[in-house]
Design a binder for this molecule. Sequence first.
Ligand code: RB5
Length: 144
Amino acid sequence: MIAIGCDHGGFDLKCAIVEHLKEKGVEFKDFGIFENTSVDYPDIAKKVADSILSGECERGILVCGTGIGMSIAANKIKGIRAAACSEVYSAEYCRLHNDANILCLGGRVIGPGTAVKMVDVFLKTEFEGGRHSRRVGKIASFEG
Ligand code: RB5
């Protein structure tokens, strides 16, 4: 199960990604927003992060205007590794090397064509482990 959420800055792009996930038959849970009204992105980031930490969802996608606010908010939550990306290479390597569990996208930065390719690669790519496990473990040790 994939968690998805957005604020008003990411609403249109989230809708495009939701349509793409439906077309591909990917199971997802949508944490809103469901109409384009102004909200505070940390509230949505928290809902998506909690669904991952509880085990309800495996990975998440968060969309705001830039992807940055969502990533800053989500990365404050222990156990979350959120990657703000704008192109496919980073969407792949945040999985391979960083074991990112949330992909953050900017609805005012990238178009839907790039975004859905990034989502596809983020969802299909597994963590490489090995030396990267040690590094990700060191990041976790900062959390106390
Ligand atoms: C909302 O205007 C905008 O600040 C938000 O979507 C996001 O880009 C914050 O990082």
